[in-house]
Design a protein around this ligand. Sequence first.
Ligand SMILES: NC(=O)c1ccc[n+]([C@@H]2O[C@H](COP(=O)([O-])OP(=O)(O)OC[C@H]3O[C@@H](n4cnc5c(N)ncnc54)[C@H](OP(=O)(O)O)[C@@H]3O)[C@@H](O)[C@H]2O)c1
Length: 226
Amino acid sequence: MTGSSPRVLVVGATGELGTLAVHELLARGAKAAVCGRDPDRLAGLAADTGCPARRIDAYDLDDCGSAAPWAAAALGGLDGVLTTVGVAAFGPAATVTDDVAEHLMTVNALCPMAVLRGAASTVEDGGFLAAVTGAIVDAPLTGTADYAAAKSALSCWLGVVARELRRRRVAVVDARLPHMDTGFATRAVFGSPPPLARGADPGREAAVLVDRLLGHLPGAPTGPPS
Ligand SMILES: NC(=O)c1ccc[n+]([C@@H]2O[C@H](COP(=O)([O-])OP(=O)(O)OC[C@H]3O[C@@H](n4cnc5c(N)ncnc54)[C@H](OP(=O)(O)O)[C@@H]3O)[C@@H](O)[C@H]2O)c1
């Protein structure tokens, strides 16, 4: 990290958790670059924050792979990458169609993997690569087989990459966050969620996650200014 401001790319920044993470980063003095799919929310976030912004779609994996080099050029280097891209589907596995299964694997696994693959040689030594998987990796629920499988594939990939990048002291973070009140389940592309207990506070989860990520960077600020 050069100077005192960590430079971080957030992919999925147009989502609930991603936007919260961007604001937590900025509150700690970090510089952020943001990628998202929804053009209106992306433009709004860029206008609110002044962050460099770029559209991204999970179905263009080459473009996903070029997000980190773009962010490094925009920020003058890159200390960390966080991807919060994801989508859910619900229902017994036998009812889930192959196109839905392919969609879940593309958005939840292949897209974050392409982003972080492209970031691996871009991020500074001692930096971090992070993705939000979820507590579902530890405890897959009935009716979430394809979503849980996609998140577990990403989690496995992160575990291997962590060992590959250890020598460069790059922290690879598999953020297995709990169910949160972001409305994520209501945006499922297939099926309806089972009755869910009240979720955790996404603002608090984003703050704890950002502290954890910045804590990997030597000399980086932690905690928002009081
Ligand atoms: N909320 C929970 O209970 C919970 C629990 C554990 C883990 N998670 C994980 O946390 C992450 C953030 O979830 P959230 O609660 O913030 O939900 P969210 O608001 O729906 O965010 C999902 C993000 O994924 C992006 N996305 C979806 N489909 C995409 C596609 N085809 N191409 C590119 N981007 C795409 C969305 O982009 P646009 O908004 O621009 O469309 C958005 O930025 C997800 O990975 C989710 O799996 C959530």
